[in-house]
Ligand binder design. Structure first.
Ligand code: FAD
Length: 410
């Protein structure tokens, strides 16, 4: 089958690009080896950052500059005013809160947080605060940063392009035929269900497979050490908790970032990241859960954590490598032969990555209408489960002295 483009990886980056290429008339398919978004996207907190978090040092950093246009673009997409059409993506919250611990350094951070961005914070009176922040000592600000449900975002785009998204077995059912390193002439897929073969002859190949980009690059004769992983150990807490989406800052540090959702049994789930998830990589799950309970008691005074159940998950952020090993300021794109590799660095930057890759791509060369009929019986990937809906996940209660596993999720 002749194609303009083949995209590997159906997380935020690949699906946004699929929308872009499809609208521009490319004959394009997206290949996914696991469930859609199974790396970082479904595990992410879904915050459409406007860059404020990256100005906490008091400076308008390069990260803040690259991100500052994004909230309006996403807001328009969620309302169906621009493309992609994300009207079926579930909005968890229309805003985030920023609050501080009661120390001098965090007051400095809150001041720094107002510099030069389109997203402006708005300080709240005590009676305007959400219930979860009713007893915090310092300033509470509202940020116009939306929070989406990443699984519904993945499903929204996957439904719109189901005719061109295929499940593959990247380990045993994928073979590249190369003209030279980085020059893909064709690729042969073997169906993961019935062993059928499909040969694709794309003009260009794009890797947006997150951590999977390293292996894919090796398969086409390109270097894999252009990627870095930065691990996180995230915490989940579920129970009778008030809704909360926001960041507790301490100076230039984000002490915790909490986003909340309702699980399939109607419980509130907190997804807890930020500094605690970076430092938590060296801790065992129960140690980290205990640490998170203490942290929540500190940053959310008066929050009732009785009967709350805890769990944790580990996930790596996969990005283009930087000299220092720290977060890149923005997206990363590498081109070699007819292969492009991209990492968005943040979910919110998927539109910029798609724009950059599309601007470097050749124009579509196949003039006929896209005909998906040769793909009709090929297996399709599911959308990955949210971490708290995974069937094998173990949850703990944390009594005073020791933890007791409670039950597996239904
Ligand atoms: C815990 C956490 C919280 C985050 N919170 C936020 C946030 O609130 N806001 C924000 O803007 N960003 C956030 N991020 C960052 C954001 O999630 C990522 O930058 C973004 O999701 C990366 O998208 P991606 O499509 O590049 O990669 P991924 O989401 O990892 O998707 C890669 C896809 O490629 C597939 N794949 C892998 N190998 C292959 C292969 N060989 N062939 C085919 N397919 C393959 C995978 O199965 C997966 O579906 C967070 C990240 C983490 C880890």
């Amino acid at each position: 089958m002749r194609l303009d483009s083949v995209i590997f990886g159906g997380g935020a980056a690949g699906l946004w690009l699929l929308d872009r290429f499809s609208r521009e008339g490319h004959h394009v398919v997206l290949l996914e080896t696991n469930d859609l978004g199974a790396g970082q996207t479904v595990a992410s907190q879904g915050i459409i950052h406007g860059g404020l978090k990256y100005t906490l040092s008091g400076l308008l950093t390069r990260s803040a500059i690259s991100i500052r246009e994004m909230p309006m673009l996403w807001r328009d997409a969620l309302l169906g005013r621009t493309t992609p059409n994300l009207t079926r993506t579930r909005l968890r919250s229309d805003c985030c809160y920023l609050w501080q611990t009661d120390s001098f350094s965090s007051r400095v951070g809150m001041i720094g947080a107002r510099i030069g961005l389109q997203v402006k914070s708005e300080s709240l009176e005590v009676d305007e605060r959400p219930a979860a922040l009713a007893n915090v000592y310092g300033t509470v600000a509202r940020l116009p940063e939306q929070v989406i449900c990443p699984a519904s975002f993945l499903a929204d785009l996957a439904d719109q392009y189901s005719d061109r998204i295929l499940k593959i077995d990247a380990k045993n059912g994928l073979q590249f035929n190369l003209g030279s390193p980085g020059e893909v002439e064709s690729l042969t897929l073997t169906s993961p269900t019935d062993g059928r073969q499909l040969v694709l002859r794309p003009g260009q190949v794009v890797f947006t497979a997150g951590a999977g980009n390293a292996r894919l690059r090796e398969m086409v004769g390109l270097s894999a050490d252009v990627m870095q992983r930065r691990p996180l150990h995230m915490v989940l807490a579920r129970g009778n908790l008030p809704e909360l989406n926001g960041h507790c800052v301490d100076g230039a540090r984000t002490r915790v970032t909490i986003t909340s959702d309702i699980d399939c049994d109607g419980r509130t789930v907190y997804q807890i990241g930020g500094q605690i998830a970076e430092e938590g990589t060296s801790l065992e799950p129960l140690q980290l859960a205990e640490r998170a309970r203490q942290e929540l008691q500190d940053v959310l005074p008066g929050l009732n954590l009785t009967h709350v159940e805890w769990s944790t998950y580990r996930v790596d952020r996969a990005e283009g490598a930087t000299n220092s090993g720290t977060r890149p300021d923005s997206i990363q794109v590498l081109c070699a032969g007819n292969v492009t590799t991209g990492w968005p660095t943040k979910l919110v930057l998927a539109p910029i990555l798609a724009q950059e890759i599309a601007s470097r791509a050749s124009s579509p060369y196949i003039s006929a209408e896209f005909d998906a009929s040769p793909l009709a019986d090929w297996p399709r990937p599911d959308v990955a489960s949210l971490p708290w809906e995974e069937p094998d996940r173990v949850w703990w209660m944390l009594p005073e002295s020791h933890a007791v596993p409670v039950r597996r999720a239904a």
